[in-house]
Design a protein. Structure first.
Length: 319
């Protein structure tokens, strides 16, 4: 009888152990969260990290620590950052890669470590991730292109401030936008240059464009709000008035909303950072709960007609 009880107890022990392991496929909590960011020298990307960190604190019994790194805008440092984070101990990695192809070694290192990966905003090469969270950049570009046709017609010229060369949002925001215009021979792009999604590099580019193209362009398509705001600074200095140039942005930054209300900017599209949602999704992954492989966030177009519905003086971004 005692032998039978012992065998039953041992069986129960293994059943309970396997059930517990099934509940937590990547180890039991609390977990060490790590996050690799392309750059913190950008308000949108800094907000992605700070919102993720704040969200992690809502899980005090599940998240032991939250560490993040700033790659300073280089692929090489971001690869090294990922390796350093892994060496310091990570149970799950959140990463917003600078470029898809350039970060292949980092993705391989994460896979080799055997921990899950949540990718934010920019795509990676391959399928070695658990969750991707981002907006539909092709859809954003197409929506802005359609809006341009409605407001500007079929005969106008524009300049394009591009994001980081090789980054998936840069490629898709361009392709989506021009796909709506290419059937109209009266619409022409005069020049396109990358300002790497940053305000400061957009300023000298815009200054140079004014020297070359002043009086020859009707619009500026910027792949994000900071670059659009940099262009606006130059136009103000050059004596332009609100509405003289039709300006597009993307992100949903507070200052862009204010520029729309002031007439300097005509349209932007909200693009959520996904930081807080990334942490929520990571928790589900660690708990073995179902979570979609790809989560595509809503990206509403903001115009003078609806900007006040989204604007908040206290919030830098609509999240």
């Amino acid at each position: 009888m005692k032998k039978m009880i012992g065998l039953l107890s041992l069986a129960l022990f293994f059943i309970m152990g396997n059930a517990f392991a099934a509940d937590y496929p990547f180890g039991k909590p609390p977990w060490k969260f790590c996050m690799s960011q392309d750059t913190m020298d950008h308000p949108w990307r800094a907000y992605m990290v700070t919102s993720a960190e704040a969200q992690s604190k809502k899980y005090p019994k599940l998240v032991e620590s939250f560490r993040y790194t700033d790659a300073k805008g280089t692929n090489e440092k971001q690869i090294a950052d990922v390796e350093d984070l892994l060496a310091g101990g990570c149970d799950i990695m959140l990463m917003s890669p600078r470029e898809a192809q350039g970060l292949v070694p980092a993705v391989k290192a994460i896979k080799k470590a055997g921990i899950p990966l949540v990718v934010l905003d920019r795509e990676i090469v391959g399928e070695d991730y658990n969750v991707f969270i981002g907006g539909d950049n092709l859809k954003i570009g197409k929506g802005l292109g359609q809006y341009a046709l409605e407001k500007l017609g079929k005969n106008w010229t524009f300049l394009e401030l591009e994001g980081i060369p090789g980054a998936t949002p840069t490629i898709q925001r361009h392709e989506g936008f021009v796909s709506q215009l290419e059937a109209h021979s009266g619409i022409k792009v005069l020049d396109a240059q990358p300002a790497n999604y940053d305000l400061a590099p957009a300023i000298p580019i815009m200054e140079d464009w004014l020297t070359k193209y002043k009086g020859k362009f009707d619009a500026i398509y910027a792949h994000n709000d900071p670059m659009a705001l940099g262009a606006i600074e130059v136009l103000k200095e050059a004596g332009y008035k609100p509405g003289d140039i039709f300006i597009f942005g993307i992100d949903g930054q507070r200052e862009a909303f204010e520029a729309i209300m002031d007439g300097w900017m005509q349209v932007t599209s909200i693009y959520a950072t996904g930081g807080a949602l990334g942490v929520d999704s990571a928790i589900k992954v660690m708990m073995g709960k179902p979570v979609p492989k790809r989560i595509i966030s809503e990206t509403p177009i903001i115009t003078p007609e609806n900007v006040k519905e989204y604007y908040s003086k206290e919030d830098q971004y609509v999240r």
